[in-house]
Write a protein that binds this ligand. Structure first.
Ligand code: PHE
Length: 454
């Protein structure tokens, strides 16, 4: 057996994990759900969800990974024993990684395409009707453009993961994350100097209770889970490359704080641009691909800003996608004894293939209209609905319940304390994992299957 790979530095682990967390969920998702749920109150509830549900689960994932030095399947087997039903949660994570990446890569492909268009001057952003038809023409009616960009993106992800933990994942994360910070920082400076900045601050931090429903709280929790990359073993897998002497809980705090800050900064970039141009804040799924291009091109150097913005989406999506493929790759290496090369290629190409129906969901009569008419959702929407509302919460529930109720106390306590100065939080962490986290996640489920219609 080959020796388990490890991160070269603690910063490498933090940057890779923050890279996993910061993704389309922050830039594409967070501003949109914030707008849909009335702004400030939603943001406050979101922060609460990150602190009392997300953070404990992230700590648990890192701990399960570090203590076993295994990807999710092997981690559960090592702890719970051969043939234990808990191993199911490991495979659930691998399956979720396959499915999420299969459609995530399609959206990343759109971002690549828009970056390309911005560079070559191909975006006509005269008004929302024009960009809407651009979006519809390209994505809904051109199957091959979608498939091609999806393949290009999967090729990039495979190219990084095949290089291994320190020479692939860590190396690229330490390059791409600073690039992401600079791009986002540049856009924030631009947004700050716009007239709409004040209105955006009021929107994101002001309390408008009227649009906030109990359902919004569940949406905040779901968003926190997705955004923090929890529930499918991505952070667990990254944790499995840690050595014993790193502080687990303070790493989890740093990663969650970075992810949350970037989500809020993304909102503070998008809303000023939108408000300055008197555009609607919540224009459905097309916020990023329909409204934003119009708003950006109304500003001086709009083409450059658009390049920066869509390039930012690509970078954010790439570091997240790397972590999803790494879950499958690492699991196949651990479970099947495959080489990294073989595991990466088979998993990556498998995911690329499963993603084709998602890439065709706008244009194909079967994966698009037929499914939408008969099952209420096209293929793309079905996969994202199943993974976000069922697989990730179920995975998170398994991780919380196992760590809180079943895990060996000596191993758990020992690993929580190793390298840590936050030992006083141990008891509180366990209480959250045992009670609050499972109850909160159960509500998300009941809501998703329509039993709680908040
Ligand atoms: N956290 C990523 C995002 O916000 C998505 C993701 C989910 C990545 C699950 C890995 C695992 O876009």
């Amino acid at each position: 057996m080959a020796q388990r790979a490890h991160w070269k530095s603690k910063a490498g682990f933090i940057l890779a994990s923050a890279g996993s967390a910061v993704g389309l969920g922050n830039i594409w998702g967070f501003p949109k759900v914030t707008a849909d749920n009335g702004g400030g109150v939603f943001v406050l509830v979101y922060l609460l969800c990150v602190a009392v549900v997300g953070l404990p689960v992230m700590t648990a994932e890192i701990l399960l990974g570090r203590s076993t030095q295994k990807a999710p399947v092997g981690a559960m087997r090592t702890l719970a024993g051969k043939g234990s039903p808990w191993i199911f949660f490991g495979w659930l994570g691998v399956a979720a990684g396959f499915l999420i990446l299969s459609y995530y890569s399609v959206v990343a492909g759109w971002s690549l395409h828009y970056t390309w268009l911005a560079v070559t001057g191909g975006i006509d952003a005269a008004n929302p009707q024009v960009t809407e038809s651009l979006y519809n023409e390209l994505f809904m009616r051109s199957p091959w453009i979608n498939v091609a960009w999806h393949m290009v993106f999967m090729g990039m992800v495979i190219g990084v993961v095949i290089g291994g933990v320190s020479k692939g994942v860590e190396r690229w994360s330490t390059i791409l994350m600073p690039v992401l910070f600079v791009m986002l920082g540049g856009l924030l400076v631009r947004a700050f100097t716009l007239d709409g900045f004040g209105a955006a601050v009021d929107f994101v931090f002001g309390f408008h209770f009227d649009q906030f429903t109990p359902g919004s709280a569940l949406e905040a929790l779901g968003q926190a889970f997705f955004s923090l990359s929890l529930g499918m073993g991505a952070i667990l897998t990254y944790g499995s490359y840690l050595k014993r002497d790193d502080d687990i809980m303070s790493s989890a705090i740093i990663i969650s704080a970075l992810d949350t800050t970037i989500a809020i900064v993304a909102a503070m970039v998008l809303f000023p641009i939108i408000f300055t141009n008197n555009l609607e804040s919540a224009s459905g799924p097309g916020l990023v691909f329909i409204t934003i291009p119009v708003a950006l091109y109304k500003l001086p150097a709009g083409g450059f800003l658009a390049m920066l913005f869509f390039g930012l989406l690509v970078v954010a999506a790439l570091t997240s996608a790397i972590s999803m493929l790494e879950v499958a790759t690492s699991s196949f290496i651990d479970e099947m004894g495959w080489s990294r090369r073989r595991a990466t290629l088979l998993a990556g190409l498998g995911i690329a293939a499963i993603g084709i129906p998602s890439a065709l969901s706008g244009s194909s009569p079967f994966f698009g209209t037929y499914m939408a008419d008969n099952f209420g959702r096209n293929w793309f929407d079905t996969i994202s609905y199943l993974t976000n509302n069922f697989m990730l919460p179920l995975g998170g529930l398994g991780i919380a319940v196992y760590t809180g109720w079943r895990m060996n106390e000596a191993i758990r306590h020992d690993h929580f304390l190793a390298g840590s100065r936050l030992g006083t939080f141990y008891k509180g962490w366990i209480v959250l994992l045992k009670f609050l986290v499972p109850v909160a996640i159960t509500f998300v489920f009941l809501h998703a299957i329509g039993l709680v219609s908040a």
